[in-house]
Design a protein around this ligand. Structure first.
Ligand code: FMN
Length: 384
């Protein structure tokens, strides 16, 4: 069978063949690889979609290196995703002269006493070993302005903001030929981003892996499309095969932004244990928890969720909660307590039964979508 054609206005806008983006995905815990590393970006972009680098866990220098590596390995367009939460406090410039990384045990000293007491108690009760991770003080999340500067200097074709409204940087990004994308979980913020001239808006439903809102994809999409009009909206949350893509396009989306399905590929950056959890999941095996980052976040269900819920503690603000969750999860991994470990993943995990190369997955997604969109309606559907 010849090569399929699946084009929307998004393809012209971004200079890509298919309107499919692999989502920006960061690491689950400190020190872990990003979920969407250079290998995944290159594989997806080379196959005709657009790969988006998960830049949130990188240091500013690593971000620049990763961007340069992508450029060296493909001449196709790509994206970079960073987290720009509204309440982020930039680490002061002067702090750059201080230590660039501190041991996790030292970082924990800055946590509230009741959180420290709880951690100590759990570690003692469960016999968890100390794992000495280093906490980077100059990650892109702690230094958003410097990180944006790197993206602008490197003229990244598509800048993506996983949290926050990137409207403030649109003018400068446009001046060097970049496009800007924002991710939202509700119609109000879709309108805000459209009004601040963000080029592309991703509407991510509650089903999605990682940080997630309260509204399901099916309900969110038409409202986000109306709110963002005439800006193009990409569907996210719960898309795992051509059926989901065809439905999103039928609703009026210009394309899709797919996370969990691309995480479960050869090139996806998740730990093996996290990929195994996705493969063994049913539709009911993910949960939303604040245990990981302090914000509502969907991950493969595991006993860490129950442990946190029964602590009676409130989360410390993003991104500090990551220090607490990383201290515990790294201990669970080292102690082989797999039922307390599970990475960020969406409800569509239940559909995923095989890890495959990302380029092959992209071709299959395109073929399935085209088959659905070009076939006649089933005989039990009457439409004239
Ligand atoms: C492992 C993982 C890490 C993620 N990290 C980020 C991130 O750093 N930035 C971001 O914008 N979204 C992040 N997300 C959300 C994705 O970008 C995307 O919106 C979501 O995965 C879409 O839903 P799906 O998983 O059902 O495809 C992450 C998702 C996963 C599964």
């Amino acid at each position: 069978m010849g090569k399929r054609i699946l084009r929307t206005k998004l393809c012209d806008m971004l200079g890509i063949e298919y309107p499919i983006l692999s989502a920006g995905m960061g690491p689950t815990l400190i020190g872990e690889n990003t979920g969407a590393p250079v290998d995944l970006v290159v594989a997806v972009s080379e196959a005709g979609g657009m790969g988006v680098l998960g830049g949130s866990g990188y240091t500013v220098d690593e971000l620049r290196d990763a961007i340069r590596e992508i450029k060296a390995r493909t001449d196709k367009p790509y994206g970079v995703d960073l987290l720009l939460p509204a309440n982020i406090v930039e680490v002061p410039e002067g702090a750059a002269a201080g230590p660039q990384e501190i041991p996790l045990s030292q970082a924990l000293e800055f946590m509230p006493q009741e959180h420290k007491d709880w951690l100590k108690k759990i570690k003692a009760e469960m016999g968890l070993p100390d794992v000495e991770l280093m906490v980077q003080m100059n990650t892109t999340t702690m230094r958003p302005k410097e990180s944006i500067r790197v993206c602008i200097e490197e003229k990244v074709p598509l800048f993506c903001a996983g949290l926050g409204n990137p409207g403030f940087m649109v003018e400068e990004a446009h001046s060097v030929g970049m496009k800007v994308l924002g991710v939202t979980g509700n119609a109000k913020n879709a309108r805000r981003m459209a009004n601040s001239h963000v080029d592309i808006i991703v509407a991510q439903g509650h089903e999605g892996g990682g940080h997630t809102g309260r509204i399901g994809t099916m309900a969110l999409l038409p409202m986000a499309i109306d709110a963002a009009s005439p800006k193009p909206v990409l569907a996210a949350g719960g898309i795992g095969d051509g059926r989901g893509i065809a439905a999103a396009l039928a609703m009026g989306c210009a394309g899709v932004w797919i996370g969990t399905r691309f995480l479960a590929t050869n090139e996806g950056g998740a730990l093996d244990i996290n990929k195994r959890k996705i493969l063994s999941s049913t539709d009911e095996d993910t949960r939303v928890s604040r245990a990981y980052t302090g914000k509502t976040l969907r991950a493969s269900y595991n006993k860490f969720h129950d442990l946190w819920d029964s602590s009676g503690l409130g989360p410390v603000p993003f991104p500090m909660q990551v220090i607490i969750s990383s201290a515990l999860i790294s201990g669970f991994i080292k102690a082989g307590k797999d039922d307390y470990v599970g990475g960020l993943a969406g409800q569509i995990s239940g559909l995923i039964k095989e890890i495959k190369p990302a380029g092959q997955l992209l071709v299959e997604l395109v073929e399935e979508t085209v088959d659905i969109l070009s076939r006649r309606l089933p005989s039990d559907v009457i439409a004239k």
